[in-house]
Design a protein around this ligand. Structure first.
Ligand SMILES: O=P(O)(O)OC[C@H]1O[C@H](O)[C@H](O)[C@@H](O)[C@@H]1O
Length: 315
């Protein structure tokens, strides 16, 4: 690693001796990525405030996935297939990729890391395909967190493969009852709590007063999560990821999860940029790219006075 690069990037030990990469942007923001799962567990703004939710009961013990942060769901989202829930990428050890294929250069991005996951014999038994999954995690100007996944079919038997995918992002919020999600109103969704039945979202924006587990279809590239109490708005920009899952387990499911605090559902919401309804199919040699960019805008909006267009149009 060049000394220039090492100013922004450091590999150290995290919980249970697991390796993690610390990214530090010169302007003050930071992020942490565990090689276990290729899993972003922390994203802090330039005031050192944590923006992602990580459960106080997260175990950091393979083979269990880390509860919180940004688990990568691949090659299967949820139980849409024969694999274990959310596939295997989130509970495999990724490697640092020192020589990734060229990336479009952006000189303002200093802090980034490239990870790679290739299947071992164990994965080939459950999903008989050869692939290279490259993940770049980067901090942009203004402290944005950017994740780019590049998945290539490297099968030598001429066979295509199909997969579903999600960045299962857990956002930290002050109080779920004070949160609105904008950008999904009027869209169709499949409700996981009602046997994936299809509905159309009504109302201005999504608010939360009970368990939610919905998969919105053909969503716009921009979605906003407005935390009124914190006066903070998360803006998600996504590319290659037409669907968006919104999840909060609420009290009963929270209690049933061993790696999640009973009351922690109040302080998180998952808004997951995904490709699920139409699985991605790659022929040998083909590559797919899915990008997620998270940024923060501070908002002085009060409940009831929000003009969604103002949030969604801010750049
Ligand atoms: O407990 P996990 O396997 O991490 O899954 C957590 C949640 O992920 C997604 O949001 C799914 O839509 C939910 O149905 C699931 O409960």
């Amino acid at each position: 690693m060049s000394s220039e690069k090492s100013r922004y990037y450091e590999v150290c030990k995290g919980f249970n001796g697991l390796d993690k990469v610390l990214l530090r942007d010169p302007r003050g923001s930071s992020a942490e990525v565990y090689l276990y799962g290729g899993h972003v567990t922390s994203w802090k703004n330039d005031h050192g405030e944590e923006l992602l939710f990580l459960s106080s009961k997260a175990t950091f013990k393979p083979p269990k996935a880390i509860r919180g942060g940004i688990p990568i769901c691949f090659p299967q989202f949820s139980c849409h297939g024969n694999l274990d829930q959310h596939g295997f990428a989130r509970n495999r050890f990724w490697a640092i990729d020192d020589h990734p294929p060229p990336f479009p250069t952006n000189n303002s991005i200093k802090a980034f890391v490239d990870l790679i996951l290739k299947p071992s014999e164990e994965e080939m038994k459950i999903w008989p395909h050869s692939f290279e999954f490259r993940l770049r995690v980067a901090l942009g100007p203004g402290g944005d967190l950017m994740l780019t996944s590049r998945i290539r079919n490297t099968n030598t038997d001429g066979k295509p493969f199909s997969f579903t995918f999600a960045y299962h992002t857990y956002f930290s919020v002050s109080d779920i009852c004070e949160v609105r999600v904008e950008g999904l109103e009027t869209l169709d969704y499949l409700d996981n709590l009602q046997k994936k039945k299809r509905f159309t979202e009504q109302g201005d924006a999504l608010t939360f007063e009970s368990e939610v587990d919905k998969m919105y279809l053909s969503t716009p590239t921009k979605i906003a999560i407005i935390d009124h109490e914190k006066k903070r708005t998360y803006v998600l920009r996504k590319d290659g990821l037409p669907d968006a899952v919104v999840w909060n387990p609420w009290d009963k499911k929270a209690k049933a999860m061993t790696d999640f605090g009973d009351n922690e559902y109040k302080h998180m919401v998952c808004v997951e940029a995904a490709a699920i309804e139409k699985p991605i199919t790659l022929k040998p040699g083909e590559e797919w790219k899915g990008r997620l960019e998270l940024s923060i805008v501070s908002s002085s909006y009060c409940s009831g006075q929000l003009d969604p267009r103002r949030v969604l149009q801010c750049s």
